[in-house]
Design a protein around this ligand. Structure first.
Ligand SMILES: Cc1cc2nc3c(=O)[nH]c(=O)nc-3n(C[C@H](O)[C@H](O)[C@H](O)COP(=O)(O)OP(=O)(O)OC[C@H]3O[C@@H](n4cnc5c(N)ncnc54)[C@H](O)[C@@H]3O)c2cc1C
Length: 506
């Protein structure tokens, strides 16, 4: 490296919720500090998964019980107690912090019911509510973006962080790239890494998740840049593979013209089945997985939905299902503030799925045919096998017993009303958790367990979540770890001091 082209006190990489929280905290603790946020995308597409999310932020009052719940969710992959405690103590402050940001932005907060997703686990009673900012979509993200805009924080869009600069063990800056030109920015005090996950990077998804094909429901820009930068400087990694895909491996629909996928929502009529590789059903399609982040209970153990391991998968249905409601949860004109206005294609690209799926049939996203044989041809399936699978399912509906997978008879109706439809279901993720192993002060650890001086990490990259996931916990983690990283960047404390941020700085 020849020399520095620019310098700041703190350089934050990534302008999602974690990066924004870090920048706000740094500025508010030391308004004289020069804070630069580097964001890969244009302003139009900034905000990452935070912007695409359902905007539900976990809030809680009992940090001790919340920490117990989080450790139970992490099983069998425990996280050091002080790290979980720092997170839980921070969550207790999240609602007040967000309310302040909403007021600054001239927006309003509302509380929403947020039942525990795994109520049998110890500490689950600590969870009952989340908080969000209206109006939707992206209320939380828009409020924090406005709060950053009201501070002396410079956001540099279309600027991709490429490499952390390390000198005598310490991270001293970052090499960024904009319009093909590289530039080295010195960070006098610290670099905050908040570039999100690798949801949209096929190579990392293959290497760490074993997936040959998986889509993102969030920003296409999260391609694992942060993970690679961490690897290059010798950071230790964690949570690149948990027992489950913490945020869920959701059945989704990938369509031409959109890089992110559309989540497949609850099916509102019974006349559908799902066929996997080999042309057969492979599970009870009616399992209600939306309130467990796409996990199902198998022999007493929570596991991911099985779609990823049976590809290619097609959902086959009839006219009753088409008319019953949109296949994605993002129907037309949901109520203001509705969590349904989520997903990159809906929240950011502005797509509104038609109420009866007719637009999507007309676009050719959903195949339609007068007979099951014809439908099989359109889906690239063998007609005899597809007809046999539907006949077997229809017979099970008449018997009121699904001998193959025990599907609830009240959610089984014969597939008999033409036209018949089919759509491919692909696995899709909301966020990955892998990244640098970090401690309670958001410091990144090297492979020998020592903090790397000058480097902090926040948000989904290197998330502290080690297995199951409670709704709202990730956005809460962005705020908590972003605030800790931002505070540490300007006024580092020792590990023995409290890691949580002081309420006075809300
Ligand atoms: C559909 C959906 C619904 C969800 N709903 C919820 C919910 O309701 N509650 C909840 O808690 N969680 C939810 N999540 C998960 C949550 O949104 C994410 O885990 C969280 O937003 C991650 O925030 P982050 O700031 O770490 O990363 P992101 O918000 O993803 O931000 C990362 C930013 O870094 C930028 N970037 C990437 N690489 C570089 C680089 N090299 N240089 C510079 N910038 C870079 C990206 O462009 C992006 O702007 C949802 C996710 C999805 C997709």
């Amino acid at each position: 490296m020849k020399g520095w082209e620019d310098e700041a006190d703190v350089v934050v990489l990534g302008f999602g919720l974690a990066g924004a929280a870090a920048a706000i905290e740094t500025h508010d603790r030391d308004p004289a500090a020069r804070v630069v946020v580097v964001e890969k995308t244009t302003e139009r597409y900034a905000g990452g998964n935070s912007r695409a999310s359902a905007q539900r932020v976990l809030c809680a009052e009992d940090a001790e019980a919340l920490a117990v719940y989080q450790q139970a969710l992490n099983e069998p992959n425990p996280v050091p107690d002080d790290v979980v405690r720092a997170w839980a103590e921070g969550v207790v402050q999240v609602a007040a912090w967000l309310e302040r940001r909403a007021v600054e932005a001239g927006m309003s907060c509302v509380r929403c019911p947020n039942p525990p997703e795994f109520p049998d686990l110890p500490g689950a009673a600590s969870v009952s509510e989340s908080i969000t900012v209206l109006p939707a979509p992206s209320g939380v993200w828009r409020a924090v973006k406005a709060a950053v805009g009201q501070r002396a924080v410079e956001v540099r869009y279309t600027t991709q962080a490429r490499e952390l600069v390390r000198s005598e063990g310490e991270v001293t800056g970052v090499v960024v790239e904009s319009d093909g030109a590289r530039e080295a920015i010195r960070a006098r005090r610290a670099v905050g890494l908040a570039t999100g996950g690798y949801e949209n990077d096929p190579a990392l998804q293959r290497d760490f998740g074993g997936h040959d094909r998986v889509y993102t429901l969030g920003t296409p820009a999260n391609t694992g840049d942060g993970l690679r930068m961490l690897q290059r400087i010798g950071a230790d990694l964690w949570h690149v593979r948990n027992r489950t895909q913490s945020g869920g491996l959701w059945p989704a629909m990938a369509v031409s013209g959109y890089e992110a996928a559309f989540q497949r929502g609850t099916v509102r009529a019974g006349s559908w089945l799902e066929l996997g590789r080999g042309g057969r059903r492979f599970h009870d399609e009616s399992t209600d997985f939306h309130l467990t982040h796409a996990k199902r209970l198998v022999h007493g153990m929570w596991l991911d939905l099985p779609h990823a391991w049976h590809q290619p998968v097609h959902m086959v249905f009839d006219e009753t299902v088409r008319r019953a409601g949109p296949l994605t949860p993002s129907g037309p004109a949901p109520a203001a503030g509705s969590a349904e206005l989520m997903g990159w294609n809906v929240a950011v690209e502005g797509y509104r799925w038609s109420a009866d799926n007719s637009d999507e049939v007309a676009r050719g996203w959903i195949a339609s045919a007068g007979s099951l044989e014809e439908l099989a041809g359109l889906l690239g399936r063998e007609p005899v096998g597809l007809v046999a699978a539907v006949d077997r399912f229809n017979a099970a509906c008449s018997d009121g017993v699904d001998a193959d997978f025990g599907r609830d008879p009240s959610r089984m109706r014969p597939i008999v009303t033409p036209p018949f439809y089919g759509v491919e279901l692909v696995p899709a993720v909301t966020f990955t958790t892998g990244g640098g192993r970090r401690d309670a002060l958001a410091r990144v650890l090297d492979v020998d367990g020592r903090p790397i001086p000058g480097l902090y990490e926040a948000g989904a990259l290197g998330s502290t979540f080690a297995n199951l996931f409670q709704n709202g916990a990730s956005l809460a983690e962005c705020i908590v770890s972003g605030r800790i990283a931002g505070a540490q960047a300007v006024s580092p404390t020792s590990a023995s001091q409290s890691a949580s941020t002081s309420p006075s700085s809300l």
